[in-house]
Design a protein around this ligand. Structure first.
Ligand SMILES: [Zn+2]
Length: 53
């Protein structure tokens, strides 16, 4: 592993997000969707797939 910077994929389109840092608060912007993404959506663990059995 030689990655110095992790890229965060957009939860909607999967493109790498730009991390904007302002006054200690992080914002996530997707240049593909052209919109800011909610931090809770980015940092939340992936939702477990519902079992439809
Ligand atoms: Zn996106």
């Amino acid at each position: 592993m030689s990655e110095s910077q992790a890229t965060i994929p957009c939860p909607d389109c999967g493109q790498p997000l730009e991390v904007l840092q302002a006054c200690g608060a992080k914002s996530y912007f997707c240049p593909h969707c052209n919109e800011l993404k909610s931090k809770s959506r980015i940092e939340a663990p992936p939702a477990p797939s519902p079992s439809s059995d």
